[in-house]
Write a protein of this length. Sequence first.
Length: 319
Amino acid sequence: MVTRDVLGLFGTNTFKINPSETECVNSIYQMSDMPNLVIDSEGDNYIGYEHIGEAYSGKNRLVMLPQYVETSKLIAEYVKDGVLLDLGCGDGMYTVPCAKLGMKIIAGDISNRMMSLLMESAAVNSVSLDNVVLCRMNALDIPLKDGSVDCVIANNLLHLISNPEKVVDEIYRVLKKGGVFICFDDAPGKGSHDNTDYEKAVGEVYGRYWEYLGNLGIKGRRYSWKFDRNGYCETKFSKEERTIKWHLEGVEKVEDFFLPRFSARGFSDQTAVPEKEHKEAVQYAIEAADKRFDDDWRKYSVSYTIGDILVTVFKKDKS
């Protein structure tokens, strides 16, 4: 993907500023100069994943997971020949399968590094990004005009921001009348064999990590984990609920996902931990697990089931 005339693809009524007139770094248009993290301001705070990179999705970072392939088909029903905004697109878990279906997509994230991984995933899966524009943007101030897109998704984004209501307001603003904000929630899955050992190992590592940091006066930081998304959205949108019938079983080892993401400060409550103290705490936690469990604890596995995918579609009825 190269610098091009984006307005030829998305029209003149989409962007506040022509992306082609902004700095383009590694095929990503720099449409925000805000930092990747703002965690101690008196105003809006938020967490970006620039420091996490490859560790975010672990061994699955280059895989188009079947549940996202399936949900992309539902997204396509609403986008049709319009424009999708994937807000907080990260490493492309939705953008890449949606692009494979030929949708026109504005993929926005505060992290250039995560969007570089998106491009790598597309290349590995032979997915063209000709209909995709990547923009470094801040979800609190989306660089799009009012009523400019047909559909918005914002997977795993709102809990990372201290003022999620402001992001929802921005989503409402950029949607056209009749446009939709689509949210996905997995139905609870049930695990089976080896869960107890897996959960004990993960609990030991995470517990010891925060024990070490707690002794230094460092606490985890969480912003909007209890935000009532549906309650707030229902004050602005009409709501439709759908279910994608789905069943997927899998097995995951401690070393496959949890351990690399944990070691890279990949969980949102770790983000504000200083790097030096983080490394010390990781070493302390892993040494504690080595003492408590046998040599194979990193290979402890959890068997999981992903059930039906619950879909909430918020529709903008007013212009």
